[in-house]
Design a protein around this ligand. Structure first.
Ligand code: NDP
Ligand code: 8X3
Length: 248
């Protein structure tokens, strides 16, 4: 049975990807900070074999210790989904909160690096593996007030290309999935629990759902060995660009 390691499996795109990969025959390493969410997901997936790792991707020592703690049956990772991340705030750079900047750069960029470095030896040793980084439409265009979040996702785009080049000798596929507006807890986190403001983001059009992204990820990991779907942009049909949305 192949093993998929998913960061941010406790919610949204990560959770939906766990369900879809379980249906596709993978056993799963499910990670996030909210243990009870991961336990609930593991119960839902039963009897699919799962391992739960609770850590903050910003804490390099915790990432390393968690990955090291995997039992042998889960330690050889075939697919890594670097999904954990969020936006924190939406406002002009001159009024930006440095704590928000730290949160976004530390989780979306450095967290992705820490997890990749911890998991990679199991792939380089075997000269096999597939890494999918969850970027964003925001990594490929910049919208007003998106500043640091957009920059963090532009970094994911660059890192994906760099990882693909560097890992080529090891036969490891590296790819990026760039979603548009997906209705998850993303906006609740961005607006720090302001549920009304979060709900308003998805009003007046049909946003993407997490399962829409998960289905594309399953397609990518089930291609033949010689195919790497290297980059995918998935927008809501009503979305022309990140913040250009046809609302009724
Ligand atoms: P959610 O808020 O629903 O999920 C985010 C997930 O990331 C949670 O499982 C959360 O787990 C985990 N996470 C966040 N920070 C950390 C951290 N410091 N350490 C460990 N885990 C963390 O949002 P989405 O599912 O929408 O977001 C998933 C990814 O998709 C993100 O990278 C986001 O930037 C990207 N994306 C989202 C879009 C959208 O419109 N929703 C569009 C484009 C990209 P926990 O809180 O339990 O730690
Ligand atoms: C999340 C989508 O458009 O709010 O990456 O940046 S967006």
């Amino acid at each position: 049975m192949k093993t998929a390691f998913i960061t941010g499996a406790s919610s949204g795109i990560g959770r939906a990807t766990a369900v879809a990969l379980a249906q596709a025959g993978y056993q799963l390493v499910l990670t996030g900070r909210r243990r009870e969410r991961l336990e609930e997901l593991a119960r839902t997936l039963h009897p699919v074999p799962t391992q739960l790792l609770t850590f903050d991707v910003r804490d390099r020592a915790a990432v390393d210790a968690a990955v090291q703690s995997l039992p042998p049956a889960f330690a050889e990772v075939d697919v890594l989904i670097n999904n954990a991340g969020n936006a924190h705030g939406l406002g002009p750079i001159q009024r930006g909160d440095p704590q928000d900047w730290d949160d976004m750069l530390d989780s979306n960029v450095k967290g992705l690096l820490y997890v990749s470095q911890a998991v990679l030896p199991s792939m380089t040793r075997r000269n096999a593996g597939h890494i999918i980084n969850i970027g964003s439409v925001a990594g490929h265009e910049v919208y007003a007030n998106g500043n640091v979040y957009c920059a963090s996702k532009a970094a994911v785009a660059s890192l994906t290309k760099g990882m693909r080049l560097d890992l080529l000798p090891h036969h490891i596929k590296v790819a990026e999935v760039n979603p548009g507006a997906v209705q998850t807890e993303f906006s609740e986190v961005r607006f720090k629990g302001d549920m009304q403001r979060a709900a308003d983001v998805y009003k007046g059009f049909e946003p993407l759902q997490a399962v829409d992204i998960a289905e594309v990820i399953v397609f990518m990991v089930t291609r033949p060995a010689h195919v790497n779907v290297a980059e995918v942009l998935i927008l809501a049909a009503a979305q022309g660009a990140a913040t250009t949305i046809r609302k009724e």
